[in-house]
Design a protein around this ligand. Structure first.
Ligand code: XMP
Length: 542
């Protein structure tokens, strides 16, 4: 695994106390150009101190500081002498640890609110004296610790912000969410106080990442699982720059791709990726392994495992593939493949966090496991490859910025996300060739119609696709009663896929898509539109 740059950059550390916004704090700080890592509050001190943090941000969290077994302030933070920003629970921890008093407030403050700044400058430098903010707390600071002064108040909190001369601050609201209008300016003030240099740029990442890949792989050879998406394309480009002709990319058609996807993706990628790309059609093998499986997590596991087996078979020479595509380089590529000990994957930071493995595979951590992302949790334990994951510390928007800096075309960089396990995720229930054909045909209509309308849609739709629901219902077509499948349309607006809202598509467009699907796709007599946001739903159905 390639290591994030850590001490090469001035680093800030977000300690996660369980708030749903912890990742967002991390992203906001990186948007300010400072390398920031998020770690669980109980991460080993050596792991955190190895980063030599210039400052700490303590996230919010659901606990009460006085509850039995509540998360505590790590001693290395208290003793660090470095600036600290405690947000909500983080503020209460600071108050409690340094001798203040925290108690349940008379009124809980959730959602939009306002704070009045009582001590301008410092953390509030350049900000208005009344700030719209996003609150989410029950407890509040009732007595300040010695050495701290109040900086702001709200209706429900006599101390909505506090600070001391050492740069330890507490705020009772969330600066990371867009509802706190000047939240980013406040975070920038804190960053300035830490003295951390904003040197986290795509160019710096590319340079360090190439060096880290070279250090990890040495004179070894690697294969890269290329899917056509931005993550694997950026990962492949970085590794190609690091290893040159010791990298071979493998595009596996697992039979779960969208209509004509293998051909279009390969045509798009071959001129762009500076490494040979082998196309392996393993669809029959995947479909037979998926027979009878309906549980979504089991599907992901089966697909994740088979992916690795296919790579192992290709590199050991047990699997035949179309060598024509490799032209003159075939001999060299075959030799490199046989020596490949490393597998490159485009795993991202949120995958690492959502799979609850921030210290590496198999570790325990407080973040709740949401689903097994196929490129993290679904890998077999007896895999013969070592992983190279150059994007493991990046958020999606950072990957796009790196992709552009690497010179990848916008068609690759801004491609819609598509899950590694492909249409198996969007077919609820069993995956069969017939059901795949149904979903492919419906999905092609959804994508075609929305793409054609995209230019008129504001805000733009971030991701759109069809889902095959395992429900049949009665309909009437011509003079006949039908009992046929239901297709759901999913279209969302989002910034990064972490949260999303359903897209307010024009009714005419939705009507056109529905009519087209029921007329053109055999076995479908009903179309529904998903109008749930994430959370509480997810973008994919599964
Ligand atoms: P959910 O369904 O969790 O999806 O709201 C968030 C975003 O992630 C994509 N997704 C995946 N991407 N491998 C991927 O590379 C996966 O296994 C996977 N599962 C979901 C999904 O399409 C959405 O954009």
């Amino acid at each position: 695994m390639s290591q994030p740059p850590g001490p090469k950059h001035d680093t800030l550390v977000v300690l996660d106390f369980g708030s749903q916004y912890s990742q967002l704090i991390t992203r906001r700080l990186r948007e300010l150009g400072v390398y920031t890592e998020m770690l669980p509050w109980n991460a080993p001190a050596e792991r955190v101190l190895a980063l030599d943090p210039k400052g700490y941000i303590l996230s919010g969290g659901p606990a009460s500081v006085y509850a039995p077994n509540a998360p505590t302030l790590p001693e290395y933070v208290a003793a660090s002498g470095r600036p600290v920003l405690g947000i909500c629970y983080g503020m209460q921890l600071l108050a409690q640890r340094f001798g203040g008093h925290v108690a349940p407030g008379d009124q809980r403050e959730y959602g939009p609110g306002e704070v009045q700044v009582t001590t301008p400058g410092g953390l509030f430098d350049g900000l208005a004296d009344r700030l719209p903010v996003w609150m989410s707390h029950g407890d509040r600071v009732e007595a300040l610790p010695p050495g701290f002064t109040p900086l702001a108040r709200s209706d429900g909190s006599p101390v909505a912000a506090m600070g001391d001369a050492q740069g330890r601050y507490g705020i009772q609201f969330h600066p990371e969410v867009t509802h706190t209008r000047d939240g980013k300016a406040l975070l920038a003030n804190f960053v300035r106080r830490t003295g951390a240099r904003p040197d986290w740029t795509p160019g710096a990442f590319i340079e360090e990442s190439i060096a880290a890949i070279q250090a990890q792989v040495g004179d070894g050879h690697a294969v890269c699982a290329l899917s056509g998406g931005v993550d694997s394309s950026v990962a492949a480009t970085l590794v190609a720059r690091a290893l040159g002709d010791r990298l071979t990319c493998i595009f596996v058609d697992h039979g779960l791709l969208r209509q004509d996807e293998a051909q279009t993706a390969l045509a798009m990628l071959r001129p762009v990726i500076q490494a040979p790309i082998i196309h392996v059609d393993a669809s029959a093998r995947f479909l037979s392994a998926l027979e009878g499986i309906t549980d979504p997590e089991q599907k992901r596991r089966v697909i994740g495992e088979l992916f690795i087996r296919v790579f192992e078979d290709v590199t050991s020479g047990d699997l035949r593939f179309d060598v024509q595509v490799l032209g003159e380089t075939v001999g060299r590529v075959m030799a490199s493949l046989q020596e490949a000990d490393y597998l490159v994957q485009g795993t991202l930071y949120p995958d690492v966090i959502e799979s609850a493995e921030p210290y590496g595979r198999g570790s325990a951590a407080p973040a709740a496991k949401i689903k097994t992302h196929h490129n993290v949790g679904g890998l077999p334990t007896d895999m013969q490859f070592q992983l190279v994951e150059p994007l493991r510390s990046l958020f999606k928007d950072e990957v796009r910025a790196v992709g552009l800096a690497l010179g990848l075309p916008p068609a690759v960089v801004y491609r819609q996300p598509f899950p590694g396990p492909g249409l198996a995720v969007r077919i609820l229930g069993e995956v069969t060739p017939e059901r795949l054909a149904t979903l492919r045909a419906a999905d092609a209509i959804v994508r075609g119609e929305i793409e054609a309308a995209q230019a008129q849609l504001d805000p733009p739709v971030w991701q759109f696709f069809a889902v095959l629901v395992p429900v049949k219902s009665v309909g009437v077509q011509g003079d006949f009663r039908t009992y046929a499948d239901l297709i759901a349309i999913r279209a969302v607006t989002s910034e990064d896929g972490m949260t999303a809202d359903w897209a307010r598509l024009p009714h005419d467009l939705l009507g056109r898509i529905a009519a087209c699907i029921v007329n053109a796709v055999p076995g479908v007599n009903r179309v529904a539109y998903d109008i749930t946001s994430k959370p509480p739903a997810t973008i994919e159905w599964e």
